[in-house]
Design a protein around this ligand. Structure first.
Ligand SMILES: [Zn+2]
Ligand SMILES: [Zn+2]
Length: 246
């Protein structure tokens, strides 16, 4: 029996009551209203067109980018909801450092809007995992906080243990593209019993070069995944040469 619709109803009711008891503050300006007030919502730089069709990196021609042409990623398509600028960057910071759990549900609706706009046939929703050490320090995985409600809204299986991180990595912040790739190489392993033959939606909060998503995708490929799609809330622009931030 599929219990997801029932769990979704309980989950939604919980968040509605939570908002009633503790009215949310806008992540952009702090006014007590909703997670995004109208004026902050209008500041979100949604990524819609003029992107590489594989990695989703904004480019003006809208064709396959040089990186994907020279070495195709292990995933089939990666998309991000918006550029990593305020208020999306504020939301992601809060998701990581405080109020994480309560923001997961409203933010996952942005992910679902993006996924629904794509022609993706998904069997499983899988969060990008943290190492056990980082999980212990933070107490939760921010990717899972987005991935779980996403799976409920999409009515797809949620598999938080499909990929495990088998070694510690340095933070990707401050590393160049090549260092990022090396840093996460062979850091993940996927469970073929869960993954084999399935179409997977990988979920993470933010991507920059896509190195972490690609390393997870390699693990999924090795475990026999059929199609691999990835979605992140934010897209941090590593180099602005391809795209004007406006
Ligand atoms: Zn606001
Ligand atoms: Zn590309």
């Amino acid at each position: 029996m599929n219990y997801r619709p029932m769990i979704f109803k309980i989950y939604s009711a919980f968040f509605v009551s939570l908002d009633w008891i503790f009215p949310p503050e806008c992540v952009g300006c702090g006014i007590e209203k909703e997670q995004f007030c109208n004026s902050c919502y209008e500041k979100i730089k949604f990524i819609n067109s003029d992107i590489c069709q594989i990695c989703g990196f904004p480019n003006k021609s809208g064709s396959i980018c040089n990186e994907c042409s020279s070495q195709k990623p292990f995933y089939d398509q990666l998309r991000s909801v918006a550029l990593y600028t305020s208020p999306i960057s504020d939301a992601i910071r809060m998701l990581k450092y405080r109020r994480g759990i309560t923001l997961g549900f409203p933010l996952s609706k942005l992910l679902v809007d993006k996924v629904s706009a794509m022609d993706w046939d998904i069997d499983l929703v899988v969060p990008v995992p943290m190492s056990p050490k980082h999980y212990y320090e933070r107490g939760y995985n921010q990717a899972a906080v987005l991935a779980f409600p996403t799976s409920l809204i999409l009515d797809r299986n949620y598999e938080p243990k499909a990929i495990v991180k088998i070694r510690e990595t340095k933070t990707q912040v401050g590393l160049n593209a090549k260092e990022r790739k090396t840093n996460v190489k062979n850091a993940f392993v996927a469970d073929s019993k869960i993954i084999c033959g399935k179409n997977v939606l990988l979920v993470d909060d933010v991507t920059t070069t896509g190195a972490t998503i690609n390393a997870c995708s390699l693990a999924l490929r090795e475990a026999g995944a059929a199609l691999i799609y990835a979605i992140t809330l934010g897209k941090s622009i590593f180099s602005t040469s391809d795209f004007e931030l406006q």
